[in-house]
Design a protein around this ligand. Sequence first.
Ligand SMILES: *Cc1c(COP(=O)(O)O)cnc(C)c1O
Ligand code: SF4
Length: 360
Amino acid sequence: MLPVPDPITTDSGFEASSDASAAGSWQRELARAVRSADDLLRRLGLVLPEESLETAMVRLGISDQNAVYLRRFPVLVPENFLKRMRPGDASDPLLRQVLPLAAEAAIVDGFVSDAVGDLAARRTDGLIHKYEGRVLLIAASACAVHCRYCFRREYPYEAEPRRLDDWQPAISEIASDTSITEVIFSGGDPWMLTDQRLQALCSAIDAIPHIERIRFHTRLPIVLPSRITSDLLKLLRTLRSQAIVVVHANHANEIVDDCQVVLRELVRSGVPVLNQSVLLAGVNDSVDALEALSRRLVNIGVMPYYLHQLDQVSGTAHFEVAKSRGVELLRELASRLPGYAVPRYVQEIPGHTGKTPIDR
Ligand SMILES: *Cc1c(COP(=O)(O)O)cnc(C)c1O
Ligand code: SF4
């Protein structure tokens, strides 16, 4: 379960401190994010002139705003992401990612709350160890956007560390296990922490001699480009460990304007930048959409990394694309693009120590 982020004190990594008062422009931008389906529809001109809001919601198959799953995982869309959607188009691929449909209420066989086995792999508070040599830090519980297909939409974030002291067991655990060479900052979105708090946690990890790489899994360069501050870029450049950034975009229309600018900035600062996507019905389940996405990424130096088969999490079944279809799409994509522009089509199987490639 994701808490509704409080834009100023979203730094769930640590105790509130004085830097909340010095909220940067990205925090102010987040405070203005769209937080209801009504608002989303009105802002995009999706309520027809002769129509009531209720009629529009029913026509578009949108969930009742009192639905339990919507109270637990509310609408959240920063204006910057909203402005890349086509007004008046209910099938816009960016809108589909954030629009809460009544279909989320469906109970579908095989779709469960912890589809990826996160809880079984929890090693201490905030630390998940399921991949060989790599650990995941649940560095922050909040995100700047709520993606309706999210595999951690049911994750019990409230149990994870919030203050720097609370991170000590996780840090000691990493320090005591020399088989761990890479720490992946995950969440939520780890870049929801302020620069100051991110720096504190990174320094603690960076000081562990057997850590070779620190990786950040973040969607903020895509949905809230103003988050990429000069302090953040400096932090990445000054780590002893190799920094790696994995962003998350699903459609070419996401990679425009200031998003493109900050991705270039990240690339030019010398940090490897990779992208992961999820194969989503109604968003990117066509060769043309996947090709456009890959081309836009590689043209600014961001390498397509994974195309994930949807994890079977409750409420997301309407996004599922059959694996046989995914394999076809990838085969066609590979015939159109250089090898480096074709992401690996993979799935997460609970209990496996790495991703499993899908080839049939
Ligand atoms: C797969 C996965 C990773 C790490 O996988 P790599 O194969 O090391 O890139 C990290 N976080 C999540 C949520 C994943 O699903
Ligand atoms: S940004 Fe990532 S963690 Fe956050 S809601 Fe989207 S998919 Fe889930």
